[in-house]
Design a protein around this ligand. Structure first.
Ligand SMILES: Nc1ncnc2c1ncn2[C@@H]1O[C@H](COP(=O)(O)OP(=O)(O)O)[C@@H](O)[C@H]1O
Ligand SMILES: [Mg+2]
Length: 357
């Protein structure tokens, strides 16, 4: 693959006898927004700090711009990091906070002024340049922290859950801004979050991590529609798992038996006839109806156990004739909310086979 800016080769890290990073291999392209996504404690921060140079891997290599950076301390890697808790200098103005790194490098004063002012404008902070951190909101302080990293013209910008301390509305707004700036400047970014929505909304590539292991690396649509493991399917949004055995397969068309009904699944995985398989079916790929519908993959009789009106959708809990529970999302929430007996119709082409060995 061309254009690789950051490469991690066989990275392993052990803390107090626990393997926190388990043989991570990863290639990140120049100009990409890459997200490390996983539950709290899975090793995201440790991996990011390893790229930044704050941690040494016990084994493995970090390669940036084709060079092993083993012997470079963090400040020489040109990979500044933005933290959840901003970490601004409290006794410095916004301008001085942003200028700090350039001052350390003993840049020419006029150059510093020009570069800082340009970044402040980009981050919409020009009118706050004389303020001190305690005179600003959390969102503004985080913008300063990002500006302070950007002004260094980083090769890679590293961000560790930078929006977690902001309230939901603001978080969404800063997400959009950050992505626009990243695209405009062609920046390479590695972004850490435990928030699936955030990862889906912002990334070119998502790296899903659990217990120090990479489960999957792919585009947001890959990760959502074609999860490689049960963990990924379950962690990214909500899903229904169906277990069945493979009845037949012709090339990539696989037929899976669920209680005598056949689910047609497209899959290139090397699964064989009679093997057990797990199928993931998203709640929005299921339609409830009162009468039989045609053109569905399978139809099952069910009873609605619970319904929740959530604004843009209604979420139903339905028990089918084999006592299996299904989560179903209906986006016709303006219509009547169903109750009682229903038919559970699974959309064709939507079920996804998970092959885990
Ligand atoms: N400096 C450290 N010393 C010992 N254990 C650590 C240290 N840093 C992290 N850990 C442990 O490593 C695991 C991964 O932590 P971390 O990378 O911070 O996870 P995440 O950022 O995904 O929440 C956790 O079990 C954590 O307790
Ligand atoms: Mg962390």
């Amino acid at each position: 693959m061309d254009n690789i800016l950051v490469e991690l080769k066989n990275i392993n890290k052990v803390f107090a006898g626990n393997k926190v990073i388990d043989d991570v291999n990863l290639k990140m392209k120049k100009g990409d927004f890459v997200t490390f996504l996983g539950p709290s404690g899975c090793g995201k921060t440790t991996l990011l700090r390893t790229v930044a140079g704050f941690y040494e891997p016990d084994f493995g290599e970090v390669i940036i711009n084709g060079k092993n950076v083993e012997n470079l301390p963090p400040y020489k890697r040109n990979t500044p990091m933005v933290f959840q808790e901003y970490a601004l200098f409290p006794y410095m103005t916004v301008f001085d906070n942003v200028a700090y790194g350039l001052n350390i490098q003993k840049e020419n004063k006029a150059v510093i002024k020009e570069r800082v002012e340009k970044v402040l404008e980009l981050m919409q902070l020009s009118n706050l340049k004389d303020r001190y951190p305690n005179q600003m909101s959390g969102g503004q302080q985080q913008r300063v922290a990002i500006a302070r990293a950007l002004v260094m013209n980083p090769d890679v910008l590293l961000l560790d859950e930078p929006l977690s301390n902001l309230d939901a509305k603001l978080r969404e707004q800063v997400r959009v801004e950050l992505r626009l700036i990243q695209k405009k400047l062609g920046l390479t970014m590695i972004y850490v979050t435990h928030d699936q929505q955030e990862a889906l909304a912002m990334s070119d590539m998502i790296v899903v991590i659990n217990k120090g292991l990479i489960h999957q690396c792919g585009s947001p649509t890959d990760i959502y529609f074609r999860p490689k493991t049960k963990f990924v399917a379950d962690f990214i949004g909500t899903t229904n798992f169906v277990e069945g055995s493979v009845k037949d397969r012709t090339g990539s068309e696989v037929q899976v038996d669920y209680e005598g009904s056949i689910l047609n699944v497209i899959s290139d995985e090397p699964i064989k006839i009679n093997e057990k398989s797990v199928i993931s079916i998203r709640p929005e790929s299921i339609k409830l109806s009162k009468k039989n519908k045609s053109g569905t993959a399978i139809s099952l009789k069910g009873i609605i156990k619970h319904s929740m009106f959530l604004g843009e959708k209604v979420r139903y809990l339905v028990v089918d004739e084999y006592k299996k529970e299904w989560i179903v999302d209906s986006f016709d929430s303006g219509k009547e909310i169903l109750s009682g007996e229903v038919i559970v119709n699974i959309d064709k082409d939507k079920p996804h086979l998970i092959y885990e060995r």
